[in-house]
Design a protein around this ligand. Structure first.
Ligand code: SF4
Length: 346
């Protein structure tokens, strides 16, 4: 899938007039053409040339888990036989974005992940490759076709570290937010990162008012080092410096994601440190009791423990949500469905 500029360059290369670009964008993103052949107002020679270079549908639907009323997870096959998953979450109180009556899609940005967070299924098999911008955008188009619903909230929280695939992420964001593309408002898009400091600073320079979520999961270096290897490269103080830069450029609150893991990061003292960190950048906090992942040893804290943790934040004036993670029964923790498929367990 192409951005407007890429398409204009390509058409110039083919010696085609510029207005063809508008026609093609309309076919791809508005009429949702399934093949180049459908674009009957284009010359056949151009359709053939484009089809040779750009597959219109780079993803193939393989499996859906969940039902219309619950979180649905789509397993999608890439052209090289790898799998990614994308998760459609039905309307619920807004965790991201502006409205509470939204269909949120959680998209993947890479096959596997190199960052190896200790609680995450996506990192279990390491990193395979980046998704192209087209493969990212196609997840949205396919999810809308499969569900018959309009995606109006988007979170980059599926498999992969989106900021490690920076160029393709930016291209995808352009297609997703543009009037000629999918036209989803930037304020309804949240990019979640494990904390890649240089890329956070670069992302802050983008004109779009996208939202930022940080997979924090530890309020200090000692805790975070235990579960997030990325912290050794970009320690907490450096990360928060970058978040202050973000705040100076954007006018939405950052969300700090915090998976509560028993005996690791769920202590009252850690809640106090987290409250101070969140206050220093005026962030809100999203607490997520840990979901069991096959092959990993971590344990979910008791509900009482989770509530105690939250009350420390609330008493400190921090806006915090504690949610029972949706989709627990269909392997919604990132990467679990795809891992099962690749290991032949589905
Ligand atoms: S939490 Fe995110 S960055 Fe960490 S291993 Fe999983 S996908 Fe990668």
């Amino acid at each position: 899938m192409l951005t407007k500029t890429q398409l204009a360059d390509l058409l110039a290369e083919f010696g085609e007039p510029a207005y063809r670009g508008t026609q093609i964008l309309d076919w791809i993103y508005k009429k949702r053409a399934q093949s180049w052949d459908e674009m009957t107002n284009l010359p056949e020679s151009l359709r053939v040339a484009l089809a040779e270079r750009y597959p219109l549908r780079p993803l193939k639907h393989t499996l859906t888990k969940g039902s219309k009323d619950t979180t649905r997870k789509f397993l999608l096959e890439l052209s090289d036989g790898r799998y990614v998953e994308t998760v459609l979450i039905p309307a619920s109180p807004a965790l991201y974005g502006e409205s509470s009556d939204r269909h949120t899609l959680c998209v993947s940005s890479q096959v596997g992940c190199a960052y190896g967070c200790k609680f995450c299924a996506s990192g279990l098999d390491g990193f395979t490759r980046n998704l192209s911008a087209g493969e990212i955008v196609s997840q949205i188009i396919l999810a809308e076709e499969l569900s018959g619903e309009k995606v109006n909230n988007l979170v980059f929280m599926g498999m992969g570290e989106p900021l490690a695939n920076f160029k393709n992420l930016c291209e995808a964001l352009e297609i997703i937010t543009s009037d000629w593309g999918l036209k989803i408002g930037a304020r309804r898009i949240t990019v979640s990162t494990s904390g890649l400091v240089p890329q956070i600073r670069k992302l802050a320079e983008l004109p779009q008012q996208i939202r930022l979520a940080i997979s924090l999961h530890g309020p200090d270096d000692v805790t975070r080092d235990k579960i997030m290897p990325v912290n050794r490269k970009f320690p907490v103080a450096e990360l928060f410096d970058a978040l202050r830069v973000w705040n100076s450029k954007k006018n939405q609150k950052i969300t700090l994601e915090y998976i509560l893991i028993d005996g690791i990061n769920a202590g009252v003292e850690q809640a106090g440190v987290l409250a101070r960190r969140a206050a220093s950048i005026k962030a809100k906090v999203n607490l997520i009791p840990y979901n069991t992942v096959d092959g990993l040893e971590w344990v979910r804290p008791s509900d009482a423990n989770c509530k105690r943790f939250k009350s420390v934040l609330s008493k400190a004036g921090i806006s915090a949500t504690l949610r029972l993670e949706k989709g627990h029964d269909i392997d919604a923790a990132c990467g679990q469905l795809r891992l099962k498929k690749e290991k032949g367990a589905l």
